[in-house]
Write a protein that binds this ligand. Sequence first.
Ligand SMILES: [Zn+2]
Length: 230
Amino acid sequence: MKNNGGTKKKAPKFKIDRHGWLRQYTGYTSSGFNIPTASTQQTRCHNLAKKSKLAPLRHVLSPNFSERPLGLKPTLLVIHYISLPPDQFGGPYIEQLFTNRLNPTEHPFFEEIKDLRVSAHFLVRRNGQIVQFVSTEKMAFHAGQSDFFGRGPCNPYSIGIELEGNGTTAFEDIQYDRLALLTNALKLRYGLTAVRGHEHIAPGRKQDPGPFFDWQRYAKAAGWTKRQQP
Ligand SMILES: [Zn+2]
């Protein structure tokens, strides 16, 4: 497994707070959790260490969300991949897309997608950093036209996680690690009963997370039973 910065680091601990925001448990303060402030600040770094160190968690607020109908709680987890421009990793463009700040002149593909109003609750970057865009109490715009066992479009009753990736590249070890930690935090907070890929709820239309996503590995790490996974 790769590690960041050459020193063996303990895995971060996460929990979803009552407002639907992922919090990193630092273990250093008596209250145990960073105080929720995400609603008043565009971006917040939760790492107390130097700026040069990678924060395990950031909050970047997306305007692309709405209330869940009738206080519906999420029961389905949907896994996606995304890369912008397609097949390029590491740029700021996914965050820009989810916050409606993509500059269409920077890449021909951006011109095509500049008017999309999309989001996901979470993005797990290639380096393992988790970015949260939408409270899990709210509905993110990640699934589009979709269906799960005849319930209709999945956004109202699902949580969407994007992995930075594509259909031709293996995902990073740390992405599996952080995805499992995130999933466990979500399962602790919500009665999630199933996980699917975007390709399963929108067959023919979507291909993500695709053939390079190792469902067995993920399901084992995150404790999904056979019946709960695709
Ligand atoms: Zn997708």
